[in-house]
Design a protein around this ligand. Sequence first.
Ligand SMILES: [Mn+2]
Length: 383
Amino acid sequence: MRIAHLADLHLGFRAYHRVTPRGINVREADVADAFRRAVARVCDLRPDMVLVAGDIFHTVRPSNTSIAEAFRQFSILTERLPGVPVVMIAGNHDSPRSSDTGNILRLFCEIPGIRVVTEECSHVRLESIDTSVMCMPHNALACDHEASMDPDPASANNILMLHGTVSGSVAEQKMRYVTEYGGAMVADTSIGPERWSYVALGHYHLVTELAPNMWYAGAMERTSTNIWMETGEKGFLVYDTERRAAEFHPVETRSTVDLPRLEGRGLSAAELDERIRAAVESVPGGIAARIVRLVITDVPRNLVRELNHRRIREWKAEALHFHLDARPPEVRRRIGSGAPIRRQTLQEQVAAYLRSWPQNPGIERERLVELATTYVDRAGEAV
Ligand SMILES: [Mn+2]
């Protein structure tokens, strides 16, 4: 049996305040495009079943455009794959805190062939392929009570699908940083991958193997709180239960460029301007329509003010998003554990944490992040 495993579509995700000629946020359109490509590819691959492991939508109240597009793509999927069951669960992003909000994913129950689990953990029995899918959506895992997950002895194939952060030594080795806040924790010991034909995970945005038959499929586009940690390709998996092997299928996404870091220490504004220009001009094909970041470390604020901002504004206009991330000299040495992975700076942690807060209509999020980052900087300078 071949299982297509998708996760973390985050349809309706928005960023950067740029719109397409049709007036849709560009990143929202990117995310929809990536999903459309994935659906087309899944149809070509003709799997025996399709799993979507949560965070279908980025918010509990996605835009009408995103809802309509998702409905259309799931309809295409089931029409082009007649008789192939599709099972989806809700993630932390598409699980409302208040049950009276209702879950938008219920809409997909209207499409024949699609099964949706949003609240309790439950077995979805698929008679046609003698398979049972144990579904553990975010809300089921976030509840205090120990959710029991056991295979159904009456089914030939048992699959576990859950949305959350797996804990345990293997997981902690492989999942080096937080791509997403707000997920439920699940101990690897309570999963026991050896009991299942396949364990389909959602929540962690990088495709990751935790056991030969237990995978995070990763997100379809770069939609986490720090997209610069989401290097590598995006896409979905097809797991073959006979071969006991997973195959990753990349999906084309918006081009991102994280330029090599510059060191600002000891440079004049003119010298730094020159290095910035060289870095930007080094991008093969240019920065147009790309998401670009240039980190400059150890650069005092007064030097940043003296840079050629007219030219920087031109790059900002040319790229989809150009982030000149100028960081002041670090005042405290972080204690490294010898791990080769870069740790987030305090500023990044604060920004990521604030961006993960639930929407509050009274608070302008980016302004809050900006303020908080400024205060953290100032506190650092005062030490
Ligand atoms: Mn997610």
